[in-house]
Design a protein around this ligand. Structure first.
Ligand code: NAD
Ligand code: UDP
Length: 313
């Protein structure tokens, strides 16, 4: 295997930090770029023991220059709480960030993988979601800055591919969880685990009957790296996630029992445009990448609960 120099934008975030570690373990040199909006140095500082690792504080909404062979574009807040905090900034990060990353990739002739999302399907009318579904997205709601930003970023990637033939890869990530999520991230898995471990009420939004499909981070990272290394020609978009589907109430019950917590469930208003159901059809990923998730929800939750026990102690 040849050693590559790889840029990971959003590298100090939850998924980015696992990706940096995987690439370093494979022997590559990694530049981790982040503005620390939701990520943290603590996620990556341990990786500085690898001689090929560098951390750079930078914002993808400004042009950037690095000498690299490959780019993974992950920079963007992913939790509804954080991407709605400054929606215009979220749009700029999604769209301007994608344009800046693509400008760099075109200049270098570098391969570039973009982290898109199941949110491009919005509140989906078909179930499970296949890649050819165009989605059901509210263009003016409180989730739109992220959903439409990510949709536009996909457009920018595919137009660049058509215009210049750049080697792009687009993945659509479904709800992923695991160690290195921030305790105040606001997403459901980290919220429930932190609440359960602190003995606080578990906040169920709506009636808890909405569904999600949860992928453990190690499985996702394997798929991302495999996708980057597929031959030119398969550019996606490809769904990456775990197709086992659970209601939010079922997730709460699992977290309570695995963490031996006596927290109570409390019901809170459902946020605007919260998708009622979500499950990836991963037939394409199985076929093109020979990949499927290996870690089931209970096992992944155990690892994640252990992580939060350590950092909350
Ligand atoms: P995260 O919030 O932990 O990580 C995002 C990282 O990007 C953070 O370190 C943040 O500081 C950084 N960042 C944000 N804006 C930036 C900017 N303008 N310039 C530089 N850095 C910036 O979230 P995550 O779960 O690790 O998500 C990573 C990527 O995967 C995101 O693009 C997200 O949209 C996508 N994704 C994640 C999920 C999931 O379930 N985790 C699902 C779908 C898509
Ligand atoms: N949710 C919840 N309680 C929480 C956080 C989230 O019931 O403390 C619900 C949320 O309304 C959604 C689901 O859990 O229906 C997943 O939310 P998350 O923010 O993790 O990701 P989403 O898939 O909505 O982007």
């Amino acid at each position: 295997m040849s050693v590559k120099r790889i840029l990971v934008t959003g590298g100090a975030g939850f998924i980015g930090s696992h990706l940096c570690k995987k690439l370093l373990k494979q022997g590559h040199e990694v530049v981790c770029l982040d503005n620390y909006f939701t990520g943290s140095k603590a996620n990556v500082v341990g990786l500085l023991s690898y001689p090929g690792f560098e951390i750079v504080r930078q914002d993808t909404t400004y042009p950037m220059h690095f000498e690299v062979d490959e780019i993974y574009n992950l920079a963007c807040p992913a939790s509804p709480v954080h991407y709605q905090h400054n929606p215009i900034k979220t749009i700029k990060t999604s769209v301007l960030g994608a344009i800046n990353v693509l400008d760099l990739a075109c200049y270098l002739g570098a391969k570039v993988l973009h982290a898109s999302t199941s949110e491009v399907y919005g509140d989906p009318c078909i179930h499970p979601q296949t890649e050819d579904y165009w989605g059901n997205v509210n263009p003016i709601g409180s989730r739109s800055c992220y959903d439409e930003g990510k949709r536009c970023a996909e457009t920018v990637f595919f137009d660049t591919y058509r215009q210049s033939g750049l080697d792009i890869k687009v993945i659509r990530i479904f709800n992923t969880y695991g160690p290195n999520m921030h305790p105040n991230d606001g997403r459901v898995v980290s919220n429930f685990i932190v609440q359960a471990l602190r003995g606080e009420d578990i906040t169920i939004y709506g009636d808890g009957k909405q569904t999600r499909s949860f992928c453990y981070v190690d499985d996702l990272i394997d798929a991302m790296v495999t996708m980057m290394n597929t031959e030119q020609g398969f550019i996606g978009p490809v769904n990456l996630g775990n197709s086992a589907e659970f209601t939010i109430l079922e997730l709460a019950e699992k977290v309570l029992s695995l963490s031996c917590s006596r927290s109570k469930l409390v019901f809170r208003p459902l946020p605007q445009d919260d998708p009622k159901q979500r499950r990836p059809d991963i037939t394409l990923a199985k076929l093109k990448l020979g990949w499927e998730p290996l870690v089931d929800l209970e096992e992944g939750l155990k690892y994640t609960i252990d992580y939060f026990r350590r950092i909350l102690a």
